[in-house]
Design a protein around this ligand. Structure first.
Ligand SMILES: Nc1ncnc2c1ncn2[C@@H]1O[C@H](COP(=O)(O)OP(=O)(O)OP(=O)(O)O)[C@@H](O)[C@H]1O
Ligand SMILES: Nc1ncnc2c1ncn2[C@@H]1O[C@H](COP(=O)(O)OP(=O)(O)OP(=O)(O)O)[C@@H](O)[C@H]1O
Ligand SMILES: [Mg+2]
Ligand SMILES: [Mg+2]
Lengths: 228, 228
């Protein structure tokens, strides 16, 4: 589904100092995989997820999504690939402040020209699964942190994307709500969707079939993980 | 330090439906206490913290801060009380996007007219304690989620406020970084600062002397917590 080969990403600050966020990442995410990505704050997880999701470009290295080398094609082709393939849950949610929960979740469907009533039903159903049935008309600033998080998750899932990239989807919620979110993701994975979840929470990571650990822009080999 | 008596807070939506966020909260936070506040997403924790911090007003009930009934005084007096007494870590961080980490943290000091060099030294020291020594010139959008969180925490602590109100201060960070944050708060508590931390994370809550649990806008009695 996604394959990264020797991906490097460096940020250069205006003062000239340099942050090497990814230092040669090679990773294969097979179709139907359910991976958790863990590591210290600042180790490069969000950067890696953004690059897998084509929201950011590596400096060197290649990324293949669903067979297409997205580092080789024109950037103008990326939005269509992204829309077709990927549902992204952002660490900061990125909800549209002027739209309510229902409108935020239905937005990708509207873009696809799906009939308004059908889009609305699908969005309501998903929000209810997330326990937000009573909050669908609330705008983001009328929602709690964990409620905003669940709206962001719902928006990412509404198109049943083949690849789900979730950056800390349970960071603002209690264990019971985490369970609701992660079992929904497990169900989708059983139906064939590929899932990568960045998380700091071992309980959340336990739903994945495999945990990938990062440190300082590197993915750790199993030996490195065990402190060798 | 802070005392709430029968505090109610209701949000009324434009469509007329009503959300009872706090349904009669009575709570005493003694000087020098270190409390954790836990409960399901949407149960009213942030609303309660905002009201304790005078950032929001209850509909009914009283709040006393350091001996002053803040529900009885003119709202124009609140900013001074708040600045003198409270350091607030927001669930959404609320960093100023155009300022870098150092400037964000030094901002409360500048407001107090503290000499610029002294303010800068104090801010750098705190950021280094938070593991952000190499990131002080980064703006928020040049920081990871957990780095932004630590900048928000540093800004709240920079004035050594008597009362620290922290809304999910470890939601975006790994366990080791949580430990750094929570042991810093423990040190401050040992020196006499009063601390209330809202959290979903039992590890974070374990640093507190007492856990207060909420559900549906209520604080649970110990019996209710035990499911009686
Ligand atoms: N635009 C940028 N300019 C400079 N440095 C950046 C920029 N964006 C991120 N960084 C740095 O790159 C490093 C990796 O960032 P990233 O957001 O990938 O970390 P992360 O593993 O997701 O951390 P967290 O767990 O805190 O969310 C961080 O140290 C961060 O300061
Ligand atoms: N401005 C508002 N208008 C209407 N309802 C609101 C508003 N702000 C909050 N609410 C509702 O009040 C309830 C309590 O919100 P609050 O932010 O205090 O919850 P919380 O316990 O902090 O949740 P979380 O753990 O998800 O952060 C939520 O159900 C939320 O939808
Ligand atoms: Mg991140
Ligand atoms: Mg909250």
């Amino acid at each position: 589904m996604a394959r990264l080969t020797n991906v490097h990403k460096t940020y250069t600050m205006s003062a000239g100092n340099v942050v090497q966020a990814l230092r040669g990442v090679t990773l294969d995410i097979p179709r139907g995989a359910f991976y958790a990505l863990m590591g210290p704050s600042g180790s490069g997880k969000s950067t890696l997820l953004n690059i897998i999701g084509s929201l950011d470009r590596p400096d060197t290295g290649t990324i293949t999504l669903d067979g297409t080398d997205i580092t080789a094609i024109s950037p103008s082709e990326l939005p269509d690939i992204r829309r077709r393939l990927i549902g992204f849950v952002f660490q900061g949610f990125n909800l549209i402040p002027t739209l309510n929960a229902l409108e935020n979740v239905a937005l990708p469907l509207k873009y696809e020209g799906i009939r308004r009533r059908k889009a609305r039903e699908h969005a309501v159903e998903l929000l209810e699964k997330m326990g937000l049935g009573g909050r669908i008309h609330h705008r983001p600033n009328e929602l709690s942190g964990g409620e905003q998080q669940r709206v962001a998750i719902s928006r990412a899932l509404i198109m049943n994307p083949p690849l789900i990239l979730a950056d800390e989807p349970t960071g603002e919620v209690d264990t019971a709500t985490s369970e609701t979110i992660m079992s929904l993701l497990s169900d989708l994975n059983e139906k064939g969707q590929t899932i990568v979840v960045v998380t700091h929470d071992p309980f959340t990571a336990s739903y994945a079939e495999r945990v990938i650990r990062m440190r300082d822009g590197h993915i750790l080999s199993p030996d490195e993980e065990n402190g060798e």
